[in-house]
Design a binder for this molecule. Structure first.
Ligand SMILES: [Zn+2]
Length: 304
């Protein structure tokens, strides 16, 4: 019964993401590319879209009163009737490789990752490796163009073996699976897959969800994927159930464990759904955590 309900919640979330139907859902944003460094590697935070989720108890604070969720938002100075999420991806340039981590919602839904990539001076053909944190539509949608063809035809595409198996079982993902199957090289998390890039298993949000540890010359950045979603609620109340998590209990356990470690280690992170550009630190705050951004969005030189 429990499992059936979880699957239904997940299926609904996926359907929403893949069809972009919704009261709430994806909203267009201007493209943006914000560069920064990790050791000798040049990274770029790439903007794709935004999500606006209503505070209706279905996604954030599942099972909690709406007023409790509103309280957390109010204390952070945010609107109390909706939760704003960014949808971003991360580019890593290293000798011999141009690596894209996650791909946004895709041009069919209105995602402008490709324009952001152009702002970063990178053509799709130049991407050598695409690493996926998990197979939800806001991370794999951009693997294909609006016509369904592979968006990064020269890249090796990688996700965990568990996630690839799970993705292939979802009808909503069939077009993408078909388009990229020949490029897919799934991995077992825990060992480096590129110089300085190691996938770390963080199950719960999806069965094969991973974060990516990036290291160069002793400097680190951890792409947390969807371990957290809202820079306000996911951090203030990590113990609250998250409707997008396939397994809410495992998602919560993973979230608390990862946040505790990130705060203790003062580790710099990239969070694809935190306010753009999504780079900063997790700090202990009260009985939860807080967000300290550490990178300002690049100014759009066109002045728009
Ligand atoms: Zn996501």
């Amino acid at each position: 019964m429990q499992r059936t309900r979880k699957y239904a919640v997940m299926a609904a979330a996926l359907a929403t993401i893949f069809s972009a139907r919704a009261l709430a859902g994806p909203e267009a944003v201007p493209p943006a590319a914000t560069p920064f460094h990790v050791g000798a590697y040049e990274l770029v935070s790439l903007r794709d879209m935004a999500f606006v989720e209503p505070n209706d108890g279905k996604t954030f604070g599942v099972g909690e009163p709406e007023s409790a969720v509103a309280d957390v938002l109010r204390k952070a100075g945010a609107p109390t009737d909706k939760i704003m999420l960014s949808v971003d991806a991360l580019l890593v340039k290293m000798p011999g490789h141009v690596v894209l981590i996650d791909t946004g919602l895709g041009p069919k839904i209105g995602g402008d990752l490709m324009q952001s990539l152009a702002l970063a001076g990178v053509k799709p053909d130049a991407v050598t490796d695409v690493l996926i944190t998990h197979s939800h539509g806001d991370h794999v949608g951009g693997l294909v163009m609006a016509d369904g063809k592979s968006a990064f035809p020269k890249a090796v595409i990688r996700m965990s073996k568990t996630e690839w198996a799970w993705m292939q079982g979802h009808k909503g993902a069939a077009t993408i699976v078909r388009a990229v199957a020949g490029q897919m090289k799934p991995f077992t998390p825990g060992t480096p897959i590129l110089p300085g890039i190691t996938p770390i298993a963080i199950p719960g949000h999806t069965p094969g969800h991973v974060g990516y540890q990036i290291e160069s010359k002793g400097r680190h950045l951890f792409d947390v994927g969807d371990t957290v979603h809202s820079s306000i609620i996911s951090l203030a109340k990590p113990q609250w159930a998250m409707g997008f998590d396939n397994d809410e209990q495992q998602g919560e356990a993973s979230r608390e464990k990862v946040l505790a470690k990130l705060a203790a280690d003062h580790e710099r992170i990239f969070a694809p759904h935190f306010p753009y550009p999504g780079v900063g630190y997790i700090v202990k705050k009260g009985d939860g955590y807080g967000w300290v951004p550490d990178l300002k969005p690049a100014v759009d030189k066109t002045g728009e």
